[in-house]
Design a protein around this ligand. Sequence first.
Ligand code: ACM
Length: 520
Amino acid sequence: MPAYPPILPRPRHLTPREGQFTFTAQTALLADEAAEGVAAFLRDNLARVAGIRLMPGNSSGNRVEFRLDEGLAALGEEGYRLEVSPQRILARAPAPRGLFYALQTLRQLLPVEIYSPTLQPGIEWCVPCVEIEDRPRFSWRGAMLDVARHFMPLEFIFQWIDLLALHKMNRFHWHLTDDQGWRIEIKKYPRLTEVGAWRKQTMVGHFDGQLEGLVFDGIPHGGFYTQEEIRRVVEYARARFVQVVPEIEMPGHSQAAIAAYPYLGNTGEAVEVSQVWGIHEHVFNVEERTFQFLTDVLEEVLDLFPGAFIHVGGDECPKKEWRESPSAQARMRELGLKNEDELQSWFIRRIDRFLTEQGRRLIGWDEILEGGLAENAAVMSWRGEEGGIAAANAGHDVVMAPYTFTYLDYYQSEDRAREPLAIGGYLPLEKVYLYDPLPAAIAPDQAHHVLGTQAQLWTEYIATPQHCQYMAFPRLCALAETAWLPPEQKDLADFKRRLRTHLRRLDVLGVAYRRPDDPD
Ligand code: ACM
């Protein structure tokens, strides 16, 4: 029996066959018109690494075909079939995105050098014969990247999207605003990036909640993405079937915006873009002017990001300023609200109404449940699974993102002294792999509300792309498989076996991943 090929995430059904397909200068490439974009990725890839020019007219040798096949509709939009025989590679799917995943699988059947940016002479470009039928368990397979705490260069954003696509992940949650930086150009409010994108310096070491005695690095930090750059990112992601979900934090985690426009705050006092980590008391006020600001900002955001979901944060909003603010208290009385949780809920509902009117869906961290959840809102459950369970059982869509299983800023080893400084916690590769995003406490008839799961890469303690790669990989490989495969098909030992080859792919791609502790 031929060996099981090291595909990651593992396909649902795979039957190895005898023999192999070998790419040569005579190999033909045929694609339906709607599959042309996907076929072009293969054509460009083989031209770059193998110097092989796949052409439709090549006919004396073997051939690759990308075909749309409505007969496979039962596989869903993201499913595909891939059959490899010595004479023919046939990829079929009901939709182009399924063909894109067939292509990702095909690349993983080729030698790992297929991922090289340069010509690799002397390699036989062969694919073992197989029959594969595949489709994902969940429709939301994502990763969040925080570019607010540390700005990440555009090239890394493109690489991040490439790495998601390679793992058949389809959501890039882009955390664009926070207390320590505002990273998205908004034409109507230029001070958001003139002021809000820059902090004077950054605290050094681990933040333990004490402001006294902190040491700062004295180095200005900042940066932002222009609207032109964001359009390029969104288009790059679209071509790879990745939806970009922007996050604009409100009402908390908003100090950088308040630094740019003090009228958005509760105290009238000037604040700076924050230089420290942790939860900040300066939050948006609840004045009409602030809602005007937020809807103006969101209008530009909606114009840039065509995907259905818009993330509005909603987490960790201290209520101290609202309790002390006469105008926030007057607003509560006027609306008949009992407490500040209800005021936050009212705040999010207003934004939800705006987004719904624009044909979009609001998603927020699970604090948006407190004080009552807006009608159409979806919940990202981070403080554990409880928020997700409650929301799904109440008929809301949820994305499971519990810190206990999906926070990639946590330590990867218990031997902290040997690791770069991290926020805390301990999340080994195995724990990510064994996570099941569908909790048993969700009633079977509500299980469809669990859209899927995603990883979180918060960057308080992560200042460079290389460090991001170290924290994200290989744990993101494990999350990708968790999001793709049903639990009964997951097998940790088999994952680790396939991961050995997969890490060589990441080597070829120049990804600075963390080597697993057990290299066997
Ligand atoms: C979060 O970690 N504050 C969502």
